[in-house]
Ligand binder design. Structure first.
Ligand code: FAD
Ligand code: NAI
Length: 466
C-alpha cells in the first residue's frame, strides 16, 4: 500500500497541472486516470483537437478564397478529410505524450483506472476487474465535465453527435444542424462550414454567445451570417426523427407556437456541459454537491470531507482549461501551506473562430446591472494600418473603464488574433491599471495590438487614427 501526500483524480488541465505544482512543492504525488490517455477532455476531445481542425480548415478556406487576391495563384484546394483528421490526431498524440513526459519528469506516479473515494485519505483505483486502495494525506477531485444531453434526442456520435463525434466525422455533412449557439456550436460550425457544409444554428435564447458582451455578440453574428451561417434564434429542437435517410428535426419557437421541420445529415447537440462525478462514490464518502450537481467547495477548494479538495469543470465557474489549470496550481499551494489564489475577475474567454472573439472582465450589461458608471472606448480594425494592409478588417476593440477612476473593468475584442491580444488587458487588469496606463504604453507599429491602445485612448476621447 503506497502512501502519498496527494492523489489527484483526473488528468485534464486541472489535474495534471495540480500534480506538477504539488511535486514542485516537494509532495509525493499520484494521479488516477480512467481514460487510456492522459490530458482529459481538453487534450483528447476538446480544446486541442478542435483547434487543430479550426487551423486546418482555416488554411483550406484561405487557400480557396484569399490567396488569389494577394497574387498567389494556386489551383482550387482539394479536401482530403482523412489526412486532416490525421493532422488532428498527431496534435493530440503530441500533447498527450507531453503530459506523460511531465508526469515522469516530476516523478508523479500514474495509476490507470477509475478512482473512487472511500473516505478521508483513501482512494480505490479499479481497472480490468482488479482494484487497489491507495493511502494519501490529501485528495484533489479533478474529474471534469461531460456533455449535456437533450431529453428524447439520443446521441449516437454518428448522425446525432456531441462535440466528440463532430471532431471525427468521416465525411463533410451536406447539412449540419447545430443545437446551441455557444462556443462549441460556433467553433465546430466554422470548421464544417469552411469544409463545405450548410450550417444552421438553432439557439434557445434571442442572441448568440450568452454571457459575452451584447454588442460584440451582435456584430459577431453579422460576421458569421456573412460567412454563410444561418441562425434560428429563440427556438429549440424538440425531436429528431432518425427513421429516414436524412434526419428530420422538429423546431419550436422557445416562446411557444407552430413547429417547423428541418432536414439535416448531421445534428450537433452542444447545449453546455455538466459536472462529471460518476463512480467517484461521493455520496457514500460524504462529499457534498451543490444544487447543480457540482462538487461544493469553500474559497480554498476544500469539499465537505476533510482532506478532499476539488477544482476545474467539476466545480462552479467557467468551464475553461486555463481556469482549471490556475485552480490546480492554487490548490497545490494551499495544500502545501501557501496562499494559493485565483482571481476570478480576470479570466479571459476566447472563441477561436475567424475572426476570433476574446473577452476579459465585465460586459456592458453586467456594469449596467451593477449600477457602475463607466466610459467606453472603441476602435475598429478598419482604422488599424496593419489590418488594412492585410485586408482583415472585421471587428473592433471595446474597453470599459470606471467613469470615476478610469480603472479598466472589461475588454472585449472581435478580430483576427483577438485571442492573443486579450492578454495585455489581463495583465493590466491584474495590476488594477487604468485606460490611461494602457493608452500611454508604447505599442509596436504596425501591429493589430495598436487597436487596443487606440481603444484605450478612445476612453479619454483622444484616439489618434479615428
Ligand atoms: P477534464 O479535462 O474533463 O479532465 C477530467 C479527467 O478526469 C478526464 O480525463 C476523465 O477521464 C478523468 N476522470 C473522470 N472521472 C474519473 C475517475 N473516477 N477516475 C479516474 N479518472 C477520472 N476550454 C478552453 O479553455 N479553451 C478551449 O479552446 C476549449 N475548447 C473546448 C472544445 C471542446 C469541444 C470541449 C468539449 C471543451 C473545450 N474546452 C475549452 C473546455 C475544456 O476542455 C475544459 O474546461 C477542461 O478540459 C476542464 O479541465 P478539467 O481538468 O477540469 O477536466
Ligand atoms: P455553451 O454554454 O457555450 O453554449 C450552449 C448554448 O446552447 C447556449 O447558447 C444556450 O443558450 C443554448 N441552449 C441550451 N439549451 C438549448 C436548447 N434546448 N435548444 C437550443 N439552444 C440551447 O456550451 P457549449 O457550446 O456546449 O460548450 C460547453 C463548454 O465548453 C462551455 O462552457 C465552454 O466554456 C467550453 N468550451 C470552451 C471553448 C473555448 O474556450 N474556446 C470552446 C468549446 C467549449
Amino acid at each position: 500500500m503506497a502512501t502519498y501526500d496527494l492523489v489527484v483524480i483526473g488528468t485534464g488541465p486541472g489535474g495534471y497541472v495540480c500534480a506538477v505544482r504539488a511535486s514542485q512543492l516537494g509532495m509525493k504525488v499520484a494521479v488516477v486516470e480512467k481514460n487510456a490517455t492522459l490530458g482529459g477532455t481538453c487534450l483528447n476531445v476538446g480544446c486541442m483537437p478542435s483547434k487543430a481542425l479550426l487551423h486546418a480548415s482555416e488554411m483550406f478556406e484561405e487557400a480557396g478564397h484569399s490567396f488569389a487576391k494577394m497574387g498567389v495563384n494556386v489551383s482550387a484546394p482539394k479536401l482530403e478529410l482523412p489526412a486532416m483528421m490525421n493532422f488532428k490526431q498527431q496534435g493530440i498524440d503530441g500533447n498527450v505524450k507531453g503530459v506523460e513526459f511531465l508526469m515522469k519528469k516530476n516523478k508523479v506516479d500514474v495509476l490507470k483506472g477509475t478512482g473512487k473515494i472511500l473516505g478521508t485519505g483513501k482512494v480505490e483505483v479499479s481497472a480490468d476487474g482488479k482494484s487497489q486502495v491507495i493511502e494519501t494525506k490529501n485528495i484533489v477531485i479533478a474529474t471534469g465535465s461531460d456533455i449535456a444531453r437533450l431529453k428524447g434526442i439520443e446521441i449516437d456520435e454518428k448522425r446525432i453527435v456531441s462535440s466528440t463525434g463532430a471532431l471525427s466525422l468521416d465525411k463533410v455533412p451536406g447539412k449540419l444542424l447545430i443545437v446551441g449557439a455557444g462556443v462549441i456550436g460556433l467553433e465546430l460550425g466554422s470548421v464544417w462550414k469552411r469544409l463545405g457544409a450548410e450550417v444552421v444554428v438553432v439557439e434557445f435564447l434571442d442572441r448568440i454567445l450568452p454571457g459575452m458582451d451584447g454588442e460584440i455578440a451582435k456584430q459577431f453574428q453579422r460576421i458569421l451570417e456573412k460567412q454563410g451561417f444561418a441562425f434560428k434564434l429563440g427556438a429549440k429542437v424538440t425531436a429528431v426523427d432518425t427513421s429516414g435517410k436524412s434526419l428530420k428535426a422538429t423546431i419550436e419557437p422557445a416562446a411557444g407556437g407552430a413547429a417547423e421541420t428541418l432536414d439535416a445529415d448531421v445534428v450537433l447537440v452542444c447545449i453546455g456541459r455538466v459536472p462529471y462525478t460518476d463512480g467517484l462514490g461521493l455520496k457514500e464518502a460524504g462529499v457534498a454537491l451543490d444544487n447543480r450537481g457540482r462538487v461544493q467547495i469553500d474559497p480554498h477548494f476544500a469539499t465537505s470531507l476533510k482532506g478532499v479538495y476539488a477544482i476545474g469543470d467539476v466545480v462552479a465557474g467557467p468551464m475553461l482549461a486555463h481556469k482549471a489549470e490556475d485552480e490546480g496550481v492554487a490548490v497545490a499551494e494551499i495544500i502545501a501551506g501557501q496562499a494559493g489564489h485565483v482571481n476570478y475577475d480576470v479570466i479571459p474567454g476566447v472563441v477561436y473562430t475567424t475572426p476570433e472573439v476574446s473577452s476579459v472582465g465585465k460586459t456592458e450589461e453586467e456594469l449596467k446591472q451593477a449600477g457602475v458608471a463607466y466610459t467606453v472606448g472603441k476602435f475598429p480594425f478598419t482604422a488599424n494600418g496593419r489590418s488594412k494592409v492585410n485586408q482583415t478588417t472585421d471587428g473592433f476593440v471595446k474597453i470599459l473603464a470606471d467613469a470615476k477612476t478610469d480603472r479598466v473593468l472589461g475588454v472585449h475584442i472581435i478580430g483576427i488574433e483577438a485571442g492573443e491580444m486579450i492578454h495585455e488587458a489581463c495583465v493590466l487588469m491584474e495590476f488594477g491599471g487604468s485606460a490611461e496606463d494602457l493608452a500611454r504604453t508604447c505599442h509596436a507599429h504596425p501591429t493589430r495590438s495598436e487597436a487596443v491602445k487606440e481603444a484605450a485612448l478612445a476612453v479619454g476621447k483622444r484616439a489618434i487614427h479615428m
